[in-house]
Ligand binder design. Structure first.
Ligand code: ADP
Ligand code: MG
Length: 457
């Protein structure tokens, strides 16, 4: 047995050696050098990586590397395998929280620190941010080789600052001796203004920047109309880029759209790569919620799935807002024991006072409005929906109305029963039927999605 494992380990070393010769040094060092073979399990090859989530993300976004790895594995092991990357789940949380960011004890910008919780592992990706994630991963593993500067822009609360810190955390972890500096543009302006007014020489501040290996600047749009500070920034920017140091900038808009930003800065910022983060879709928001629940050490399964969906759909403007809603929920449910369920009603109650205006005011969604909309959609009368008539179309509309009452506004089964004049077990059966049919019935999926849209207007 030991012999077999040893033999396989030797083969894994061969895989690594071959990989090392085929891909770029920084990619190999950043992602593969610490991998180990765990086991061969049927058609699956299980590989351990101390940063498994990162490696998984990387392989998803860089299929070329996955192809290279697969083909080396199949030639060394003489068989095609599905690759599965695993991490040490027992230590994942602690490694994330104990990352040593060598946190800013520099002589300047004392208040600008890198947040160890903002890591790549904690950043949930979807269509909206995958470009930004990919570019961030690339500059973190391969600074200054690809795009300099990397410019990340989006509306507020969509994860720019998080990604900036994640790059800093990752880079610092891989290069413990390096000097990583995270600053906000406001802090940059303040620091310079302080020296100008204090009649001190800005030279030493500029020299300080010369010692920085990786510069992360948040919210660069605030440099607009700041002529004097822009000049200093231009100088620092050029010095760093000329020395092969990576700069990553964020902004609430594309460089060309920042009014009042000097042309020469705009053109410098355009030298590298600009990536945008878009508004997340519901699925990504739901995944973010779940990830944040797990990070709190709580169990996602204790939270009503439709309640979480309600949060993701209601607080969908940006992630910060969604986090605010989740924080309220956690605050409200803090007294619940570890395994107690958090119901849809709990969730709705927790966020009631922070519901967006349109949900709180006159057009707040009610069971009556749902019934009205569904009857119009199916071209039947409200009386028919509420009646005992069982023709297929009417029964379907009735079930859908019950389902929407349950999952759009969290009405309790007894309450729906009362409105439809049925006992609550009949309501449960009807709602469950819709849930089941939704798994396969495309027409029903479309009807529900149409109705949700109409009800949200
Ligand atoms: P921005 O800088 O774009 O205004 P932030 O980076 O401050 O936004 O993000 C706001 C909050 O939302 C942060 O707490 C951040 O961790 C969280 N967040 C944003 N996007 C994501 C994501 N994709 N995955 C996990 N958390 C996210
Ligand atoms: Mg920010």
């Amino acid at each position: 047995m030991t012999v077999t494992i040893n033999a396989q380990n030797t083969k894994w070393e061969k895989v690594l050696a071959s990989l090392e010769s085929k891909i770029e040094r920084h990619v190999y060092d950043g992602f593969f050098s610490e991998t180990k073979l765990v086991e061969l399990n049927g058609d699956e090859i299980v590989i351990f990586s101390p940063s498994a989530p990162m490696l998984n993300q990387f392989l998803n976004y860089q299929p070329t590397y996955k192809d290279i790895l697969s083909s080396i594995i199949s030639s060394v092991f003489a068989k095609n395998y599905q690759i599965k990357i695993v991490g040490d789940t027992t230590t994942t949380t602690s490694t994330t929280t104990t990352i040593n960011t060598n946190n800013n004890n520099y002589q300047y910008f004392a208040n600008c620190k890198i947040n160890p919780r903002y890591t790549f592992e904690n950043f949930v990706t979807g269509e909206c941010n995958k470009e930004a994630m990919k570019a961030s991963l690339m500059v973190a593993t391969s600074p200054s080789a690809l795009y300099n500067p990397l410019f990340i822009y989006s509306k507020a609360g969509l994860g720019k600052t998080h990604l900036l810190h994640a790059i800093g955390n990752y880079y610092q972890e891989k290069n413990p001796g390096a000097k990583v500096l995270y600053i906000t543009t406001d802090a940059f302006i303040d620091e310079f203004v302080k020296y100008v007014h204090g009649h001190q020489d800005t030279q030493s501040l500029k020299e300080f920047f010369n010692t920085v290996d990786l510069l992360l600047v948040d919210d660069i749009q605030f440099l607009a109309d700041k002529e004097k500070t822009s000049e200093h920034f231009f100088y620092i920017f050029n010095a760093l880029v000329n020395n092969g140091k990576q700069i990553i900038l964020t902004s609430d808009r594309h460089p060309k759209d920042i009014r009042g930003l000097e042309d020469r800065l705009v053109s410098r910022f355009n030298m590298g790569l600009s990536v945008q983060i878009f508004k997340p879709d519901t699925e990504t928001l739901l995944n973010i919620l779940k990830r944040k629940i797990i990070l709190q050490g709580l169990e996602v399964k204790n939270y009503d799935e439709n309640g979480l969906l309600f949060l993701a759909e209601t607080f969908s403007r940006n992630v910060r807002e969604l986090e605010g809603a989740l924080n309220r929920l956690l605050f409200h449910t803090v007294s619940l024991g570890g395994d107690e369920k958090v119901t849809f009603e709990d969730i709705k109650e927790a966020v009631r006072i922070i519901l967006p205006k349109s949900d709180k005011n006159s057009n707040v969604l009610t069971e009556e409005l749902i019934i009205k909309e569904v009857s119009e959609y199916y071209n039947i009368s409200q009386e028919q929906i509420l009646s005992k008539v069982r023709t297929a179309q009417i029964a379907l509309a009735r079930r859908i109305a019950m389902y929407l009452c349950r999952f759009l506004i969290g009405s309790s089964y007894p309450k729906i029963g009362e409105i439809f004049d049925r006992d609550h077990s009949t309501v449960i059966t009807g709602v469950e039927k819709v849930e089941n049919e939704l798994k396969t019935d495309n027409q029903l999926i479309k009807a529900i999605s149409d109705l949700k849209k109409r009800l949200k207007k």
